[in-house]
Write a protein that binds this ligand. Structure first.
Ligand code: PLZ
Length: 450
């Protein structure tokens, strides 16, 4: 699929067009207003205020058309206003907006759980519970794992990101900005080394050696008999788009199985077609006991889930899981629409094609600019890591490149423990033509900041 035509674009012209500087005067005025009433703790990557969006294009209040290589942090995988999402959400809002599933249920919630059981890794019997945000899903996966195993300890990896709530802050690695000053954090969270091929090189290509290192740490410092779950992002998101060396995840999964430890895959950023599989675990045939999902699942509406082995999920007593809004009917309608788009337009295949295109362009960048020391990712989740000639991370150049992209009308995001990774997460509704144009801009941004 090279054209965008199968996906409705909400009347938004699919082009980059700048009519003012970025941000323009209207956005700057709104930014002033934001400053006076919105908490400073809520940051802004690029202060253009959006008025409409469709396909791969954001239109701001000044009339600028920006190309979106961020998808609102991996959320608008199907585009910003995909027809099945819009249609189902409209119908649902017209019918009813809320009952609370725990009070009087509705079919949409059950339908989403059916889809989750079908699509998540493994063909065992699965059950799900729905929540509002990724962090809430991770919290609940830990609750379930603790009840199901009767154990307390949670093992997480270096560079992990799992959220901003108290437990998930403890699980997240990076202190600034996520944890600084917000402690004390939840207990019984233990961090072990992960597989980071660039930094582990040359041994880094051996995923089983990296797993042995992690397992050694768990064994000596936590004790397998105390561990409820090991939580992994199959490709790390905020931590730097770190793809573990082949064999790492299968070895961790095998160790978990052997020791009555549950493997929780946090697929909140990687899930739902993003990586060119339905889930990133599928790539190596890893079947986790529990999977957390959110983001791309619901085409922009807030919805998250924990899906897992029925016997594990059902270890929790009735009433132990829930929340007022979890699995809100409008969000469920959006998820059903987003999944329909993914199935109808083979967005899993499209993500692979996007991966090939983007990776090729990034490899060319790496050849031209020695600051790019690694090109990595899978499918429509690709990144470059930037380091100085002395090998130290280069967050300064990374932000300069991002700023240069923004000024030219292309939205890109950074990530990584050292802020030295430029990541690309285009909507899968974006055409090859627009992707190439956006990548031309990224290349210009590298040249302009050299
Ligand atoms: N797990 C793997 O990527 C969210 C956070 C951005 P919520 N990532 C974007 C920010 O600065 O807050 C994420 C994730 C993984 C969990 C989460 C948390 O999901 O929906 O943001 O709570």
């Amino acid at each position: 699929m090279t054209a965008v035509s199968p996906l409705e674009l909400a009347g938004v012209a699919q082009e980059r067009r700048l009519v003012t500087e970025v941000p323009g005067p209207r956005s700057r005025a709104l930014l002033e207003a934001k400053r006076s009433v919105v908490a400073d703790g809520v940051g802004t990557t690029l202060p253009v205020f959006v008025e409409s969006a469709g396909g791969g294009v954001l239109v701001d209040v000044d009339g600028n058309h920006l190309l979106d290589l961020g998808s609102g942090i991996a959320v608008t995988t199907v585009g910003h206003a995909a027809p099945h999402v819009v249609e189902r959400v409209r119908d649902q809002v017209g019918a009813f907006t809320h009952t609370c599933f725990m009070v009087t249920p509705y079919a949409g919630y059950v339908d989403v759980c059916v889809a989750l059981a079908e699509l998540t890794p493994g063909d065992h019997r699965k059950k799900s519970a729905l929540f509002n945000s990724g962090a809430e899903a991770v919290e609940n996966a830990v609750k379930i794992a603790r009840v199901a195993t009767g154990k307390d300890a949670v093992v997480v990896l270096d560079h992990a990101y799992h959220g901003r709530t108290n437990l998930t802050m403890a699980m997240t690695a990076k202190v600034m900005p996520y944890k600084q000053g917000f402690g004390p954090f939840a207990g019984e969270v233990h961090r072990v080394p992960t597989s980071y091929p660039l930094l582990d090189a040359p041994a880094g290509v051996d995923g089983s050696a990296a797993a042995a290192r992690a397992i050694g740490r768990i064994t000596t410092q936590v004790g397998a008999g105390n561990v409820a779950c090991v939580v992994v992002e199959p490709i790390q998101g905020e931590g730097g788009f770190v793809v573990p060396a082949p064999g790492f995840l299968p070895a961790m999964a095998a160790w978990c199985r052997e020791h009555d430890v549950l493997l929780v895959a946090d697929e909140i950023q990687t899930g739902f077609a993003r990586t060119g599989d339905w889930f990133a675990c599928d790539h190596e045939g890893v079947v986790p006991d529990l999977v957390t999902t959110a983001k791309g699942m619901a085409g922009g509406l807030p919805l998250a889930a924990v899906t897992g082995r029925a016997d594990v999920v059902d270890a929790v007593h009735a009433g132990g899981l829930g929340g007022t809004y979890g699995g809100n009917p409008v969000a469920c309608a959006a998820a059903l629409g987003a999944i329909e788009e993914m199935r109808e337009h083979d967005l899993v295949g499209r993500a692979r094609a996007v991966g090939t295109l983007v990776e090729g362009r990034l490899e060319a960048l790496a050849e031209a600019h020695p600051v790019v020391v690694d090109v990595r990712g899978r499918g429509a989740m690709q990144a470059v890591e930037l380091r100085r000639p002395d090998g130290e991370p280069d967050p300064v150049r990374t932000s300069a490149v991002a700023a240069a992209c923004h000024a030219r009308g292309v939205v890109v995001l950074t990530c990584g423990t050292w802020g030295n990774v430029l990541r690309l997460l285009p909507p899968l509704a974006m055409s090859d033509t627009l992707l190439h144009e956006a990548l031309d801009v990224v290349a210009d941004a590298f040249a302009a900041t050299a």
